[in-house]
Design a protein around this ligand. Structure first.
Ligand SMILES: [Zn+2]
Ligand SMILES: [Zn+2]
Length: 337
């Protein structure tokens, strides 16, 4: 079968022929219909993140149709339309038992980090990792929800966003545009920050109460203005550079929460005094729980979560990532094998 494999930093991504995987007793074999292209893949190519093993098939946002199930699998059958939760939790460790399966201590698999991902014709995953895709929901959309909207749902949960609060979405890629909608659903007042006018317009269409063009100068001042001088209750930092970190901190109001979701090679300077006096806090959010994938699929099926999808054939993985890096993708790119 065909697969896009990561070997090492700097090596171009091309389609390779590899042996098709076979399902074990507790696994399912899935014909991949779509696999989302995420900033995480860029981080691999840039060397900011390193997979645990190489070569490895990329792609951790996967949806498809079940082709075959192992002898011990119940509740999933060939022909089922499914989305895959990227982290195949053990459901037994301390984190899993606390409901934090995204922090599992002994995962059975971790797509594109430890085990082969979905930039391929087929993929094998534990049956416990698949989630049914509601009828009528496009599988390309379902694939993108595996990371963008689920990550947004998790971050909003971590931040304990309250109805009526002002929440800045700093960066409007796939996660950011989903986050605007998740915040709208939570009754918050989303304020989107971006450099791309097309994305800012889309953020407004999806429910942003205000938008700030980051090319226009003082972002923090614009956010203070949009919050009647109070500063934001929550700022979601989806970019993670020195510049955006400083602006995000300067945008926070009293008892405000800065949530790190995005990261880069940059470091960020923090002055404890500036945080202590207004009693602000900094928290982080990583990935998402399996239950958040279920919730994201449900929201989308009910028309409460819209995703703009741009499809590329599997062979064009390199182009899709180049477009993502250059900011040319509005919404989410998916590879279609
Ligand atoms: Zn992702
Ligand atoms: Zn676990």
């Amino acid at each position: 079968m065909r697969a896009i494999r990561f070997h090492e930093q700097g090596r171009p991504l091309v389609v390779e022929e590899i042996d098709a995987p076979r399902p074990g007793p507790g696994d399912v074999l899935i014909d991949v219909v779509a696999a989302g292209v995420c900033g995480t893949e860029l981080h691999f190519l840039e060397g900011l993140l390193t997979p645990a093993t190489t070569p490895i098939t990329l792609g951790h946002e996967v949806a498809g149709v079940v082709a075959e199930v192992g002898a011990e699998v119940a509740g999933v059958a060939p022909g089922d339309r499914v989305a895959v939760h990227y982290l195949h939790a053990c459901h037994r460790c301390r984190s899993c038992r606390a409901g934090d399966d995204h922090l599992c201590d002994a995962p059975l698999g971790f797509l594109a980090f430890v085990t082969d991902g979905g930039f391929a014709d087929r993929i094998v995953v534990p049956a416990s990792a698949v989630v049914p895709v509601p009828e009528g929901l496009d599988l390309s959309v379902a694939a993108t929800l595996c990371c963008s909207a689920t990550t947004a749902l998790h971050a909003v949960d971590v931040a304990e966003v309250q109805p009526g609060s002002s929440a800045v979405v700093y960066g409007t890629g796939g996660v950011g545009l989903a986050m605007v909608q998740v915040l709208r659903e939570a009754g918050a007042r989303p304020i989107a920050v971006a450099r791309n006018p097309e994305r800012l317009a889309l953020a407004r269409e999806l429910g942003a109460a205000a938008t700030v063009d980051a090319t226009g100068g003082d972002v923090a001042a614009a956010i203070r203005e949009a919050t009647d001088g109070a500063g934001a209750d929550v700022v979601f930092e989806l970019v993670g550079t020195r510049e955006t970190g400083a602006a995000a901190l300067a945008s926070l109001g009293k008892r405000g929460t800065l949530v790190y979701v995005g990261y880069s090679f940059d470091t960020v300077e923090i002055t404890p005094l500036a945080l202590v006096v207004p009693e602000q806090r900094i928290v982080t959010s990583v990935g998402n729980r399996r239950s958040e994938l279920v919730a994201a699929l449900d929201l989308a099926a009910r028309g409460r979560l819209r995703t703009t999808v741009r499809e590329y054939p599997l062979e064009q993985a390199g182009t899709a990532l180049e477009d993502l890096r250059a900011g040319r993708v509005v919404g989410r790119a998916v590879l279609v094998p």
